[in-house]
Design a protein around this ligand. Structure first.
Ligand SMILES: [Zn+2]
Length: 152
């Protein structure tokens, strides 16, 4: 799902939060909901060996390579359970209410990402879920692969 689509989807809860709760909370929520996708930019930076810094080029590169990037070797670090846990712990220890707004924004975004994948899986059977866990990703990448190659 593209950042502007997330922005549009984020507007509905934002308006609610704005009216019912707190405008700043609402704005932080929607900002987190969109800015989480910065990890796509980081991934393009990494994959291009730090050659593509330009935001627009990076965006086009991503759209072009999307299918490959969803391969197992790609991880979107802000879309992982570990990142959510870190944000949650920051909230837990600081009790700073806007950190909770960030957490809600991230979860709201990830939910839509998953709904999109489920929808496309049913329709085209080719979409892949993002890696949900950094630890699991690294285990698969290093530990299990090594074991496989030593048992061969
Ligand atoms: Zn996303």
């Amino acid at each position: 799902m593209l950042p502007w689509e997330h922005f549009i989807l984020g507007l509905f809860p934002m308006i609610q939060l704005w009216n019912v709760y707190d405008p700043i909370f609402a704005m932080v929520f929607v900002a987190a909901n969109v800015l989480i996708d910065v990890d796509h930019y980081l991934l393009v930076l990494y994959i291009s060996k730090f050659k593509i810094w330009d935001l627009k080029r990076s965006y086009n590169f991503f759209l072009l390579k999307q299918d490959e990037l969803y391969h197992i070797d790609a991880i979107f670090i802000f879309h992982t359970i570990e990142f959510l846990i870190i944000i949650f712990l920051i909230y837990w220890f600081t009790k700073y209410i806007y950190v909770l707004a960030v957490l809600f924004g991230l979860i709201y975004h990830i939910l839509w990402d998953y709904l999109e994948v489920i929808y496309f899986k049913i329709k085209h059977k080719k979409y892949k879920f993002k890696q949900i866990s950094i630890v699991w990703f690294l285990l698969k990448k290093y530990y299990f692969k090594k074991r496989q190659s030593t048992t061969k």
